[in-house]
Design a protein around this ligand. Structure first.
Ligand code: UD1
Length: 430
């Protein structure tokens, strides 16, 4: 079992390079199998979820060749299996993107109900609604989502909730349907736009991604492409909050500052200095930060994936803050862990009431999910003394070389695998 050992209390300073967006990568990898020609994808993050998706594509007969750590060549010609097994699926929620991709290309798909982080109930009704509107029979049978159609046709679809996953999934299937599809109340997240741009580079005809109405003209065939994934706004935001929590000064490089506006605005509001450059953002905090109110919303609102990191920063602020979680109901599971570090947070329904404390004090905590795990690492780096983080496998699902990047910024963090290694580390940092 691996753990992070952190000796906190050091302000993080320096520059950090952000990788490709995990959530865009997962959908783009799935969409890459929609042609029988070679697709080269660059700027892929080397993280567990992405690697599971790559294995899953291999498992159904697609060919995936790593050209280097962050570039793969995919070819969907050899796909012989339209059903994806539980083994791959249970590990990542985004495996459902193979449904839209396979349904669009082969008019048939079967994927076991997905796993992923336990951050609340995660229904798939909007995915099914979209597939049905395109003419597919879609439903859940024996624990699997199945969808098939004799042919897919364009449709006018109004999404009842704004869903990133359903928007992307239905967009993929509609890209190869006969005729025109209008997708209303679509999600506007940057990775929705990235997937649309990727599909367009393969010959799809998708307009309006990034607004709440996406118009898709179906095409019979997609072709080869080379594509580079956008930077990960959540990884970037995590380092921005790390600067704020540790009273540091971090320049987050290789980002699209526009995608980070909700995060930057909150940091400025509580007293950080935020400097935007063309493809970098610098966050600097010198004094104790102020309080604020935050509500998670679909893009361009404040992202739910940044909510735990924000809570960690507000937990150290001067005053009482509130965070309202409006996307996932089970996203405050880190609060008990933060109590161990001395945080003062009370949860009432979907609102966290945070009374800022002067400092966190190191303790042993468990990462309850991906983003909450990263938030606890930030808390540990800000805390005085030693923090041990268990279950870091969650964090490795979405952050490449997290501890290395933090070490480059001066963070005293290390992965340990065994009791012996842990004792050695304690000895060296004593
Ligand atoms: C994606 C991201 C996740 C992020 C979330 C919100 C990936 C792999 N994951 O998850 O990191 O936290 O967007 O930005 O990209 N809903 C329904 N019916 C559906 C689908 C969703 O009611 O069919 C609801 C959900 O319960 C939730 C809301 O819609 O309340 C948003 O979920 P959605 O945008 O679909 O999240 P994911 O795509 O699962």
């Amino acid at each position: 079992m691996e753990q992070y050992i952190i000796n906190g209390g050091v302000p993080l300073k320096g520059e950090v390079e952000i990788g490709g967006a995990k959530n865009a990568a997962l959908a783009i990898l799935a969409a890459a199998i929609m042609t029988d020609e070679d697709v080269v994808i660059e700027n892929l993050p080397d993280v567990r979820d992405v690697n599971v998706m790559i294995q899953a594509i291999g498992a159904i007969g697609g060919s995936v060749v790593h050209l280097n750590r962050h570039t793969v060549r995919i070819n969907g010609f050899g796909i012989g299996k339209l059903s994806l097994d539980y083994e791959y699926i249970k590990k990542i929620r985004a495996s459902y993107y193979l449904l839209g991709a396979l349904l669009g290309k082969y008019k048939q798909a079967e994927v076991a109900l997905p796993g992923g982080c336990d951050i609340g109930s995660r229904p798939i009704d909007q995915h099914l609604k979209g597939f049905r509107a395109l003419g597919a029979e879609a439903g859940v049978r024996h624990g699997k989502i199945t969808a098939h159609a004799s042919h897919l046709h364009g449709s006018h679809i109004y999404m009842d909730v704004v869903s990133v996953g359903a928007t992307i999934n239905v967009m993929m299937a509609a890209a190869m349907a006969d005729g025109n599809t209008i997708l209303e109340n679509a999600a506007k997240e940057p990775h929705v736009v990235d997937v649309a741009n990727f599909l367009n580079s393969m010959g799809a005809n998708i307009k309006g991604a990034g607004t709440d109405v996406i118009r898709i003209k179906g095409v019979p065939k997609l072709h080869k492409t080379e594509y580079s994934i956008i930077p990960d706004q959540i990884e970037a935001g995590t380092f921005m909050f790390a600067a704020a929590a540790t009273k540091g000064d971090i320049t987050v490089k290789n980002v699209i500052p526009k995608h980070l506006e909700a995060t930057s605005a909150k940091l400025v509001e509580i007293g950080c200095r935020v400097e935007e450059m063309d493809d970098a953002v610098r966050v600097c905090a010198t004094e104790r930060l102020g309080y604020t109110q935050v509500k998670t919303l679909p893009y361009p609102g404040f992202p739910t994936d940044m909510q735990p990191q924000m809570a960690v920063v507000l937990g150290l602020s001067n005053g009482m803050s509130t965070i309202t979680e409006s996307i996932f109901e089970n996203r405050f599971r880190y609060v008990d862990e933060l109590h161990r570090l001395g945080g003062d947070i009370k949860v009432e329904g979907n609102i966290a009431i945070i009374n800022g404390v002067e400092e966190y004090t190191g303790a042993e905590v468990c990462a309850p999910d991906l983003r909450a795990g990263a938030a606890l690492v930030i808390a540990g780096l800000a805390a005085s003394g030693k923090t041990i983080i268990d279950d870091i496998v969650y964090i490795q699902r979405g952050y490449e070389d997290f501890e290395k990047k933090l070490r480059q910024l001066g963070g005293r963090i290390k992965i340990v695998k065994t009791e012996k290694e842990m004792k050695q580390y304690q000895y060296h940092t004593a």
